[in-house]
Design a protein around this ligand. Structure first.
Ligand code: NDP
Length: 248
């Protein structure tokens, strides 16, 4: 199914998966609304999309602030009249061993990875229910399926995204014709590792960065998202788990 002319909101579109997804959706003909805190990066995205002849809207968005999520969606509806697709992508992964008690980082992960998803979904859901169509895509992780040391809190947030996606699907699929997709990437070469501050993980971070060539690229995840949004209306792709071939 074509997404030409569809309106898609992407959170965390200033780098990595969000940036690549914004470009991919725009190339497929969607109007793209991109939000994140780093507006200089959003401006680069805007230029790139505009250069390709696409339609783009950017606005600073901190997904931990409910008012900003509401204002973002309102601005998009004012500009283009509707929202067809929401991609809840913003996230961070400051892995740390629990005993190191990085409470501030736990709070930020819970605020961005869970509450940000809820706030942005809340901002579009009434509109989608009223028009009886829409597609919500949540970016969870392999960490939403498995758990590993130093990842207890991150994995908890990504498990929450999986649970929320399925709960939301049960509430809005049959009743409101809304599709919900949860994407669960393995390791993707992005800036995500830069959020790690736990000194005992320095070696892990370095080794992972050195293995970049074997990892997924942001475009691989963008392609998975495209597959879900381009499926015919009666097809709801609920979950996609996607790992680099060499990941255990
Ligand atoms: P990046 O660090 O490149 O991107 C993260 C994005 O989230 C940035 O655009 C950042 O924008 C945004 N963000 C962070 N905090 C906020 C906030 N408060 N409000 C709005 N935007 C915010 O990493 P990825 O592209 O890898 O991450 C994207 C998603 O993919 C995340 O949810 C991550 O957990 C998930 N994921 C990534 C994997 C990987 O291996 N890379 C594997 C599995 C899942 P800014 O700082 O400008 O606000």
């Amino acid at each position: 199914m074509t997404i030409k002319g569809k309106v898609a909101i992407i959170t965390g579109a200033s780098s990595g998966i969000g940036y690549a997804t914004a470009l991919a959706l725009s190339k497929a003909g969607a109007k793209v609304a991109a939000g994140a805190r780093r507006t200089d990066r959003l401006e680069s995205l805007q230029s790139e999309i505009a250069k390709n002849g696409g339609e783009v809207f950017i606005q600073r968005l901190d997904v931990t602030k409910k008012q900003e999520c509401d204002a973002f969606v309102d601005a998009v509806i004012k500009k283009w009249g509707t929202v067809d697709i929401l991609i809840n992508n913003a996230g961070l992964m400051p892995l740390s061993f629990f005993k190191n008690l990085k409470v501030d980082e736990w709070d930020r992960m819970i605020d961005v990875n869970i509450k940000g998803v809820l706030y942005c979904t809340a901002a579009v859901i009434t509109h989608m229910i009223n028009k009886k169509s829409g597609h919500i895509i949540n970016i969870s992780s392999v960490a939403g399926r498995t758990v590993f040391p130093a990842g207890s809190v991150y994995c908890a947030t990504k498990h929450a995204v999986v649970a929320f996606s399925e709960g939301l699907r049960q509430e809005v699929s049959q009743r409101a014709n809304i599709r919900v997709t949860c994407i669960e990437p393995g390791v993707v070469a992005t800036e995500l590792l830069n959020t790690i501050t736990d000194k005992s993980l320095e070696k892990y971070v370095q080794t992972t960065k050195q293995q970049e060539a074997q990892q997924l690229q942001s475009e691989d995840i963008a392609n998975a998202i495209l597959f879900a949004v381009q499926a015919p209306d009666h097809v709801s792709v609920n979950e996609i788990l996607i790992r680099p071939t060499t990941q255990e």
